[in-house]
Design a protein around this ligand. Structure first.
Ligand SMILES: [Zn+2]
Length: 372
């Protein structure tokens, strides 16, 4: 039952002490019930309010009603009770403050911290960076371009005219709803990083030396050696008097820097619409050292026992490609150049002895942490 201030009829010392003790005990009991900020406010108002608060009532009922001879002692008791009540309320306020702090910010600084795992470079990203670094040392700069391309940059300006049979070799992923546009403006996911060659030549006058790393897409169902998304690095060098000898010397140097100074290079004729003549570059197998055999006479699978691994396609830039950027200083009668392109994922597979390209893109930490 809630405490109410009694009227005093007995002003003896014992009676005054008893009344004061009951008052402070009631205040202590009510303070222990305070839980929330609202509890604290009503508790403080009930006891401290100037108009009709309990301390005001104590003052009015006890002190003003005291007989003349008891006034002094009653005044002392009332002041003691007021001080005790003020002290109880003060403590209740502090306790409430501590409770609210604890609720929003409980922090045990003696607990051990949470150790975050340290990440590692993805094997494909690392291989790409290593290849780019080899060419940067030769003075090449890095160029990048959009993954969603137009038909013009992906095919036409690279000497694949509409209906060119070479388009069939690249199963292209087209963006839907483009039929109303002229063919050269239709959007697709780039099938190679070569569009960046044209984009760069539109912006920069010769001489240029660039490498172009990036993701490309083809409509290949995923299996152990195919992925609809994969990575390429292309290179392009254009200047006056660039010859096939420059191409061979540059790539021979790059392969030795990537796979070791003992590898030999070997060029075989090939065809690409944007280079003429074109070649495929082979290096001696860096797994079996060119013997075609593994330990115990086991066949070397990566090179199919031939001792050679195809690494990239290359060739002299077709003069027809320069015609598309002729106005920016690329007159095919005055400049020449070479280009090359390689699949980064395949090289990473070979380098790390991984037998399934899907492992690179499944995001399985158990696989990836082996490269940390
Ligand atoms: Zn081999």
């Amino acid at each position: 039952m809630a405490y109410t201030v009694p009227k005093l009829t007995d002003y003896s010392t014992e009676a005054l002490e008893k009344a004061a003790d009951e008052c402070t005990a009631a205040c202590t009991a009510e303070a222990s019930e305070v839980r929330t900020e609202a509890d604290l406010k009503s508790f403080r108002d009930r006891w401290m309010a100037r108009k009709n608060g309990i301390l005001t009532q104590v003052n009015d009922l006890w002190l003003k009603g005291a007989p003349k001879e008891a006034k002094r002692e009653t005044g002392i008791r009332v002041n003691e009770a007021k001080a005790a009540v003020a002290d109880i309320i003060d403590k209740a306020e502090h306790l409430r403050l501590e409770l609210s702090t604890a609720a929003t910010d409980s922090l045990d600084i003696s607990l051990p911290g949470i150790r975050r795992p340290i990440g590692a470079e993805h094997p494909v990203a690392r291989t790409s960076r290593e290849i780019v670094a080899v060419f940067q040392k030769l003075g090449y700069s890095v160029a990048e371009g959009p993954v969603v391309e137009t038909d013009y940059y992906n095919f036409e300006a690279l000497n694949f005219p509409p209906n060119h049979p070479a388009r069939d070799t690249q199963d292209t992923l087209f963006i839907a709803g483009q039929e109303a546009k002229p063919q050269r403006e239709r959007l697709l996911l780039r099938t190679h990083t070569s569009p960046v060659q044209i984009r760069t030549m539109e912006k920069m006058r010769p001489p240029i030396r660039i490498v172009i790393p990036g993701t490309v897409h083809r409509n290949d169902p995923p299996d152990a050696s195919h992925s609809p998304m994969f990575h390429q690095i292309e290179g392009l060098a254009v200047d006056t008097n660039i010859t096939f000898g420059d191409l061979k010397g540059t790539l021979d140097h790059a392969m030795k820097a990537l796979f070791g100074s003992s590898v030999k290079t070997h060029f075989r004729p090939s065809f690409f619409p944007f280079t003429e003549p074109s070649a495929e570059l082979y290096v001696t197998c860096f797994i079996c050292g060119g013997s075609g055999k593994r330990e115990g006479d086991a066949p070397c699978r990566p090179c199919k026992q031939t001792g050679w691994i195809e690494v990239l396609g290359c060739g002299m830039v077709d003069p027809n490609v320069f015609e598309f950027v002729k106005d920016n200083g690329y007159d095919p009668k005055k400049v020449s150049g070479f280009a090359f392109g390689m699949g980064v994922d395949r090289l990473a597979l070979l380098k790390y002895g991984v037998d399934d390209i899907q492992l690179f893109f499944q995001g399985d930490v158990r696989f990836l942490e082996q490269f940390g």
